[in-house]
Write a protein that binds this ligand. Sequence first.
Ligand code: ZN
Length: 480
Amino acid sequence: MKEKLTVKNIILLIILIFLICIFFFLLFTKPKLILTYNNLNIDREINVELNSDFNIKASVKYLNKDMNDKIKVSGNVNVNKVGSYELVYNVRIFIYKLQKKVKVNVVDKIPPVITLIGNNESNACSTNSYIEEGYTALDNYDGDITDKVVIENNINERIYKVKDTSNNESSITRKINITDVEGPTIKLKGSENVYVVQNGTYKESGYEIVDNCDSNITNIKIDNNVDTTKVGVYEISYTASDSSNNQTTIKRYVYVYNPDTAANMSGSEKGVIYLTFDDGPSTYTSKILDVLKKYNIKATFFVTSNGSDKLIKREFDEGHTVALHTSTHSYKKVYASVDDYFKDLDKVKTRVKNITQMDATIIRFPGGSSNTVSKFNKGIMTILTNEVLNRGYHYFDWNISVEDAGSCASKKSASEKEKCIYNNFVKGLSKNKMNVVLMHDIKSYTADKLEDMIKYALSKNYTFDKITMDTTQIHHKVNN
Ligand code: ZN
């Protein structure tokens, strides 16, 4: 059966062909939205570096014409903050509706920086015993992350590692040379200065040794040539070695003395020590007298109106020289005039006379003859130093001061004060001169250290004497 080509059918066919044409036309002319970043097409997701210049290019063409102004973007990206953002691109052209979503990841790719404090190479007994010199870790995004640093100890190195919040990792290595370059520390038990009476026994009080690497040091050598039969100063040396052959040596001094040779029997003055005590008597005077008695040493006390009569009596009875210092020790009063000076002196002179029945004729000026505190009365010391001699006195200054009322008095502890006066005493002594030593029996530390000073002098074969009218006077230069 044959169908007829009717008009109706022809029209239907034309419409059909027309519709097919439109369909293909629409199909082939559909606009395309193209997104690129750094010249690369974007699919769905891109990674952008923190703080970078970030720019997505969006373009659309319809029938070969740029229609970029039809593109609408929504969403925001903060390139200064790590995170994921979404941008949505919309285009409406003719009957077309296009949309593309892009996920933008702002990422931190810069690792933190670790900086070592101290040397990149260090010495230690072991990596574990290395004493950390310090380090810092700084990150471009997280800031200071020093507290996140993890340390790993290996045999010859210490590795410092840190990760920032974006998991960027850094590490740095400090080389540790396993070596011991430090000698042991020796600590003496007992005193560094030991006094032994002649023909007595020296007793070693021992020592302690500590080493930075070795737990137990047994290699110790002691050199001891102390001969207690001979008066003198002896050194004992202690040498300890650790397993790396580092050596430490320290010394102890032993003073062998003879208390029986303390008194100066020769009558000569060179190398003789004249201990003189000012400003007393006081509660410390009896201790000083006890020590002097023990060694049969005679000394000189320049007394004042202070303290008990009994102590002055004891000084006198035990054979010491009781000499005159001042009644008031007030510079303002004493040096106000020549008359005032002698009034003050007479007062203490009378006291001594009442106690000892003797006229004291040996004196010491308050502040010494070289004092400048009297300058408020111009020339008074020039007058007085002549006048006392005219009146039959001998005045004595000093050529060694232990500084017990001077610089040593300001030291903090009693032991520091004692050490200070002892050192001044030791430093000042000489065999080539008479040694007139200024001390004060109103100072506890002077009383406490006196015996050690005497033992030292005896171990050096010094002798002691008291000042008499036959003793050569020691005079300072007058400054007023
Ligand atoms: Zn004085």
